[in-house]
Structure formats: structure tokens, C-alpha cells
Design a protein around this ligand. Structure first.
Ligand SMILES: CC(C)(COP(=O)(O)OP(=O)(O)OC[C@H]1O[C@@H](n2cnc3c(N)ncnc32)[C@H](O)[C@@H]1OP(=O)(O)O)[C@@H](O)C(=O)NCCC(=O)NCCS
Length: 177
């Protein structure tokens, strides 16, 4: 926990917060602004506009936790998702998307940190993250949070054992999230 907390020294403009039901169109527009490479990295393949619109709606209707990064003007430019994996006990699957013009500014790390707080609140003990083996950004991000990555069939499965944070660690995460 100490290493994780000490890595949280970035500062960005804008806000990180859980998206509200009324934010569906904002979330959809964010996904639609992802370019071809980001779509491939996020969805492990091509993702059409129609697919993304349907996907966003499904997230908002199936209980997925979606945390957003809102820029100063109030638009969503980054998101982190926490999906239930009901077939795996106490396990969630997470995914991230930061628009190309906003990448490499520490937003992904802040989204990750906030998502971990939500995962603790929901009592998950394990998180999975999937991408492709050449996604250096996701691999570096995952490493910061001590994700163990394994490779098979061209996909990268990262696994994070959440454990139980101590009170001090949680407080520090909340203050810096
Ligand atoms: C992965 C992603 C969410 C990272 O978001 P971000 O806001 O750019 O990340 P941060 O700025 O917080 O950087 C996190 C780490 O990744 C590294 N990084 C970011 N972009 C990188 C790139 N293109 N190549 C290599 N490393 C990169 C940063 O240097 C940082 O590493 P460090 O902590 O060792 O310095 C973003 O690149 C993205 O949305 N990509 C498209 C979708 C995707 O790949 N999603 C993940 C699969 S679900």
C-alpha cells in the first residue's frame, strides 16, 4: 500500500468523480472521441461508433461503476470502468480510456486510484484487466498498482489482488484521489 500511495503525486486540472445516470451522453461522446488506436487498445479490436454507443448504454444499465475524468469545461475526457464478473467470486474487471489529447498527464493513474477505492467499497478482492501485449501504457499503469500480468493467445490478462488496506492507507488514497 505504501508504494501505491507514494506514487500518487501527480496533479491535474479537472475532476475525477463517479458518473451519474445523467452523464450517459457525456460518457458516450467520450468513447466516440477515442481514435482508432485507442479504440483498439481499449477493446482489443476495432470498435465502430454504433458499437460504442450500445456499449456505453449497457454500462449504465447493468450496474457497471463508471468513474470519469471531467476537464475544466465539464466534459468527460477519460473514464475507468469496474464491471462485475459474477462467475468469479469477489472479482471485478476494470478498463480505462483517456482521450489521445489528454494522455500522459497522470489522468489514467488518478482514475485507477479512484477505481480501487470503489472496488474496496464493493468488497472485491481481485480485479482483472485485459489488453493486448503491446499496450505499454496499460502495462506501466498496471505495474504501478502491482498488477501481475500474464500473456496467452495474444491477450494480456492483468490481475490485482486487492487485499485489505489499512485505515491510514485508505485515508491517504481518499485524500489524493
Ligand atoms: C492506458 C491509458 C488509460 C493510460 O492513460 P494516461 O492518462 O495516458 O496514463 P498516465 O498519464 O497516468 O500514465 C501512466 C503510466 O503509463 C505511461 N504511459 C502513458 N502513455 C504511454 C505510452 N503511450 N507508452 C508508454 N508508456 C506510457 C506513463 O509514462 C506512466 O508510466 P510511469 O508511471 O511509469 O511514469 C491511456 O493510454 C488510454 O486510454 N489508452 C487507450 C485505451 C487503453 O489502452 N486502455 C487500457 C486497456 S483497458
Amino acid at each position: 500500500m505504501d508504494n501505491i500511495v507514494s506514487a500518487f503525486t501527480d496533479s491535474i486540472e479537472g475532476r475525477i468523480r463517479q458518473l451519474r445516470p445523467s452523464d450517459l451522453s457525456q460518457f458516450t461522446e467520450h468513447l466516440l472521441r477515442l481514435d482508432r488506436d485507442s479504440r483498439r487498445d481499449r477493446f482489443n479490436g476495432t470498435a465502430s461508433d454504433a458499437f460504442l454507443s450500445t456499449y456505453a448504454e449497457r454500462c449504465f444499465h447493468d450496474g457497471t461503476t463508471v468513474v470519469g475524468y471531467l476537464g475544466r469545461e465539464g466534459h468527460v475526457h477519460g473514464a475507468a470502468e469496474l464491471h462485475e464478473r459474477p462467475e468469479l467470486a469477489d472479482t471485478g474487471e476494470i478498463a480505462f480510456s483517456v482521450e489521445p489529447g489528454h494522455q500522459k498527464r497522470g489522468i489514467g493513474r488518478r482514475l485507477f486510484r479512484r477505481l480501487i477505492l470503489h472496488a474496496h467499497a464493493l468488497d472485491y478482492t481481485r480485479l482483472l484487466v485485459t489488453t493486448h501485449p503491446n499496450n505499454e501504457a496499460m502495462k506501466r499503469l498496471a505495474r504501478t498498482f502491482r498488477a501481475r500480468l500474464s500473456f496467452s493467445d495474444g491477450s494480456t490478462m492483468g490481475e490485482i489482488e486487492l487485499g485489505r488496506p489499512d485505515l491510514e492507507g485508505l485515508t491517504e488514497m481518499q485524500l489524493s484521489a
